[in-house]
Design a protein around this ligand. Structure first.
Ligand code: IMP
Ligand code: MG
Length: 199
């Protein structure tokens, strides 16, 4: 009998792409959906009977926003805002630019800011300052992921899907150079030959 070629041992849930980049699943789509269902119930329990206006941050939060909106019972509306960091290194500059504003006013409304990940906190600090000036009735923050180790600005979220270690993740809306947003799970990205990820 001819011997079969030895298969390369692979960690379960690990995928290598033709460009040499690898992803390893950290949080499965099933766990994500289960957690979002819990968050939706928790948010509604905290604001019974209150119209809630979700404000999603494009583009990373699109899937989280759409799933969270559907998991909160009752009166829910939503809007989106887009920001970008000045230059490549948002960490050193901490400068954020508004590239798309909200469609409607948030004055005197109960808003929930919906973000994909709380990392250094600089993006949310910038956004929360802008929103405060617009005088919402109440404001809360929901993030799918929280990387507390990387925090620079002392921003905290009221609703957190998952706390994760200091690793660069993609999928479920999160990107690396605009790619991998469409992965249904959240996965840790590694580049070929241990290239460092710039973000
Ligand atoms: P912060 O301003 O450092 O808190 O980061 C906010 C933005 O950086 C997020 O909305 C993401 O777009 C991006 N980001 C931070 N960490 C990651 C990651 O691990 N993967 C993908 N994007 C990330
Ligand atoms: Mg991004």
């Amino acid at each position: 009998m001819p011997k079969r070629p030895a298969k390369k041992a692979k960690a379960p849930g690990s995928i290598e792409f033709p460009n040499g980049e690898k992803v390893r699943i950290l949080i499965t789509q099933r766990r994500i959906q289960k957690r979002i269902a819990e968050l939706g119930q928790q948010i509604r329990a905290d604001f019974p009977g209150e119209p809630l206006h979700l404000v999603g941050v494009l583009k990373g939060a699109v899937f989280f926003l759409s799933d969270l909106a559907r998991s909160i019972p009752g009166d829910v509306s939503f809007d989106m805002i887009a920001v970008s960091s000045y230059g490549k290194n948002s960490q050193s500059s901490g400068q954020v630019k508004l590239t798309r504003d909200l469609d409607s006013s948030i004055e005197n409304r109960t808003i929930i800011v919906v973000e994909d990940i709380l990392d250094t906190g600089l993006t949310l600090r910038y956004l929360l300052r802008i929103f405060e000036q617009r005088k919402p009735k109440q404001m809360r923050v929901a993030v799918l992921l929280d990387k507390p180790e990387r925090r620079i600005a002392p921003v905290q979220a009221n609703y957190i899907g998952f706390k994760i270690p200091n690793e660069f993740v993609v999928g479920y809306g999160l990107d690396y150079a605009e790619r991998y947003r469409n992965l249904p799970d959240v996965a840790v990205l590694s580049l070929p030959d241990n290239h460092a990820i710039q973000h």
